[in-house]
Design a protein around this ligand. Structure first.
Ligand code: CP
Length: 310
């Protein structure tokens, strides 16, 4: 039984296998082959306890392009609102024969718990402030396409690191792939303990920009924020926002990334988000391809599930 729960425990070999498989799938899609029969008969369940636009839709598109059946479960409108637990929800899906469960949950570690309860593969689609491995993989895929081999590349990740599962997953994966990562954030928006984070930290965005091959802006997560430790929006934008003037400090050829959704005018100016150096739309397109690769590698070759009680 195989899962994708975090990038911290993803080997370099496995990470490269996912990226190279995604490259092959992109090449097939480029030949106008929209659908592959590879996962016919398999069932992928999207189990979302938190809101999502990009991740949920791209997992659905990815599974359908591989001919899998897709069940979309959203906690809103389900028996979760009557108090049903994650475990009972998982066992219900298990009984319906899920071969893979793609889960987003507000609690860090929820996908790991789920993996112990279901027979199928579990893919972490974002757990609390912990990890979002497929986001990091699609980011690495996008960087590799734009910048080439990531070995020795310098990536700067900026903003609300404290609440960011995207930052943690990227730091671990980029380190595994040989890139040098620098985090830039107000001190109040960094985790208290970063002992196992293989990266540098800086508080001076302007000083780091000329040494960056890619600058990844993070969303300010107001919904997880305690107002007491957030600088004013104006102060935040002034010190940590990316506007055209600041972007001019970046080397020629350096790219601007954002996982979305964006707070335009807060962490990133609209002109930058929509500008030539931005890979934001490309990241979304690449998200489908990378998620196809993940589902393909986890499920092809496995026997289809036929329901837990049979
Ligand atoms: N980047 C990302 O995870 O976006 P969604 O929350 O829309 O899925």
């Amino acid at each position: 039984k195989r899962h994708l729960l975090s990038t911290a425990d993803l080997s370099r070999e496995d990470a490269l296998l996912i990226l190279d498989t995604a490259e092959e799938l992109a090449e097939v899609s480029g030949r106008s082959i929209k659908k592959l029969p590879t996962l016919r008969g398999r069932t992928v369940v999207n189990l979302f306890f938190e809101d999502s636009t990009r991740t949920r839709i791209s997992f659905e598109a990815a599974a359908k392009r591989l001919s899998a059946d897709v069940i979309n479960f959203s906690a809103k409108g389900s028996s979760v609102s009557k108090g049903e637990s994650l475990k009972d929800t998982a066992l219900t899906l298990q009984a319906m024969g899920a071969d893979a469960v793609v889960v987003r949950h507000g609690a860090s570690g929820a996908p790991h718990r789920l993996a112990a309860w279901v027979d199928g593969s579990v893919v972490n689609a974002g757990d609390g402030t912990h990890e979002h491995p497929t986001q990091a993989l699609l980011d690495a895929f996008t960087m590799r396409r734009r910048l080439g081999d990531l070995d020795g590349r310098r990536v700067t990740i900026v903003g609300d690191v404290l609440h960011s599962r995207v930052a943690r997953s990227n730091v671990h994966l980029l380190h595994t792939l040989g890139a040098e990562v620098t985090l830039v954030a107000p001190p109040t928006l960094l985790p208290v303990s970063m002992g196992d984070w293989p990266c540098e930290v800086s508080y001076d965005f302007d000083a780091v920009l000329p040494k960056s091959d890619a600058v990844m802006m993070l969303r300010v997560q107001h919904e997880r924020m305690n107002a007491s430790y957030f600088p004013s929006a104006r102060e935040y934008s002034r010190r940590y926002g990316l506007d055209p003037e600041r972007m001019a400090r970046m080397p020629v050829g350096a790219i601007v990334m954002h996982p979305g959704p964006m707070n335009r005018g807060m962490e990133i100016a609209a002109e930058v988000a929509d500008g030539e150096r931005s890979t934001i739309v490309e990241q979304v397109t690449n998200g489908v391809t990378v998620r196809m690769a993940v589902l393909y590698l986890l499920l092809s070759g496995s026997e289809p599930a036929i329901g837990g009680n049979q």
